[in-house]
Design a protein around this ligand. Structure first.
Ligand code: GDP
Ligand code: MN
Length: 385
């Protein structure tokens, strides 16, 4: 789960990282009052879970409370890369002397974390890294060793950051560890004209698997916290039904049992020259309700032209799955062709049950390859209702 800038800012403050004084609001009128409390002049910042807000016109200086109200009115409701601005943060402006970039990110391949730091902050780090790779220091951090005083000094030295950033580098590591984050990023971390080191922007991605022990953000990670794009509507609907669903951008809806089988199914669909519309693992014990929920989410995806159900019966027997499909067809109106491949435990009984139902839009295949080919052909034919 990504946090909004104002949430990241709050965490930084808790860990002793200096941040500008700020307030958050969803109304332009309240922005004016906030600006008054903050001393008049403020930076008005769109709260959306995407970077590049500055370039998109989502970060603006307002000289006085009246200007803050006007600017907040412009920014609220704005669309930034598909994210709707529902809140703005008003921050006390800072006179910047230098801008730095610092982050810690999980490096899955290396089984480590990576400290990335640069004395050329403010810009998007990808651009700096592309233009001048030598300006960006990348230092592995062993999770058990963490960022000690010496390590923080190494990172600062490698990136050309002033020694005053060392305590911030250490505190930021504490944020990552204690908050179960996969990414913490400050861009820019600035040195002000009077020598203070301040985090002017923050991005934090929390590990969803650890949300259960992070009381602050609640469990589930799917409720609220969204800003439109984050939380695809289909994914939100699926999550509300407790489904393990990920939206993809193809035309073949996919339902399978077991994450490994579903991922293989996605590959086989792609191998047939079509593109999967989603990942959906209904797991073991595929009940009629789960099948109905899964089908209704997939059928409500306008991109889907055909649906492929690929089940290998193990502990879950295929006749139970077939019963589930038949029952699901009672509550869900099938609007696209459905290709079913049942194999493994009680496959013959399962196929017989589906044959018995003889739904005009349901067809069966005995192998995964055949099933994927049929579904891909139907999807390509652009089946429309
Ligand atoms: P981003 O574009 O989404 O990364 O948003 P940022 O919060 O990083 O803001 C973009 C840029 O605006 C920063 O890199 C700063 O240069 C500038 N900026 C943000 N806050 C302040 C501020 O308080 N004072 C000044 N002078 N510049 C600011
Ligand atoms: Mn930034």
């Amino acid at each position: 789960m990504d946090l909004f800038e104002h949430q990241a800012r709050e965490l930084f403050e808790d860990y002793g990282i200096s941040v500008p004084k700020a307030e958050v609001t969803d109304s332009a009128r309240a922005a004016r009052a906030a600006a008054e409390r903050l001393g008049g002049s403020v930076v008005v910042k769109a709260q959306v879970k995407t970077g590049g807000r500055g370039k998109a016109g989502g970060v603006k200086l307002a000289a006085d409370p009246a200007a803050a109200e006007l600017t907040a009115r412009q920014i609220l409701g704005m669309d930034i890369k598909g994210h709707t601005v529902r809140k703005v943060m008003l921050a006390q402006p800072v006179t910047i002397e230098s801008e730095f970039y610092v982050s810690y990110v999980l490096d899955r391949a290396a089984g480590r974390f990576l400290a990335i730091a640069s004395a050329e902050g403010g810009m998007e780090i990808e651009e700096v890294a592309a233009a001048r790779p030598e300006a960006v220091a990348r230092i592995p951090v062993h999770p058990a060793e963490g960022v000690t005083e010496a390590k923080a000094a190494d990172i600062a030295r490698a990136a050309g950051l002033p020694p005053e950033t060392v305590p911030v580098l250490r505190a930021l590591w504490q944020v990552l560890v204690r908050e179960d984050a996969l990414l913490v990023e400050v861009n820019p971390l600035v040195r002000t004209a009077d020598g203070a080191i301040l985090a002017l922007d923050g991005k934090i991605t929390l590990d969803d698997n650890a949300l259960f022990r992070q009381a602050r953000w609640g469990t589930g990670g799917t409720q609220d916290q969204g800003d439109g794009v984050h939380g695809d509507p289909l994914e939100a609907a699926a999550a509300a039904k407790g489904l393990n669903y990920v939206k993809l951008d193809g035309q073949v809806g996919v339902i399978g049992n077991g994450a490994g089988l579903v991922m293989s199914t996605l590959d086989v669909v792609a191998g047939c020259g079509a593109r999967p519309a989603n990942f959906l693992d209904i797991g073991g014990g595929a009940s009629a309700q789960v099948m109905a929920d899964g089908l209704s989410v997939i059928l409500s995806d306008p991109d889907v032209n055909a649906v492929l159900v690929n089940v290998f019966g193990g502990i879950t027997a295929c006749d139970a799955v077939a019963d589930g499909i038949v029952q699901a067809l009672e509550s869900v109106r099938l609007t696209k062709p459905l290709v079913v491949r049942l194999d493994g435990n009680s496959a013959a009984r399962g196929r017989a049950i589906l044959d018995g139902r003889a739904h005009p839009l349901v067809q069966q295949a005995t192998t995964m390859d055949d099933a994927a080919r049929q579904a891909a052909d139907l999807a390509r034919a652009g089946y429309a209702n």
